[in-house]
Design a protein around this ligand. Structure first.
Ligand SMILES: [Zn+2]
Length: 87
């Protein structure tokens, strides 16, 4: 069975582009990968600053995130309990 998670879908797309051997398509893919890397580094730096407390109001950022996570978890639990049982 083919996995359709975002990582596997992206991996298949990138492998398809690489397998073409088309230099222009591969250059475009490199730009996409480079942007992913920069975005990921930015996200990691921000997360580290929040965790180590150097980000402004880091404790508030964490508290809000936990509230949202807990609310989503409760909503998902309530929705799954409300679903009719599958045969
Ligand atoms: Zn997957």
């Amino acid at each position: 069975m083919t996995c359709n998670c975002s990582i596997c879908v992206r991996e298949r797309e990138w492998n398809e582009i690489l397998s073409t051997g088309d230099v222009e398509k591969i250059k475009d893919l490199f730009d996409v990968v480079r942007n992913y890397l920069y975005q990921t580094e930015d996200d990691l730096n921000w997360a580290e600053a929040v965790i180590d407390g150097s980000w402004p109001n880091a404790d508030g950022v964490i508290a809000r995130r936990r509230c949202v996570t807990m609310a989503n978890r409760k909503r998902n639990e309530a929705m799954s309990e409300a679903e009719p049982a599958k045969p």
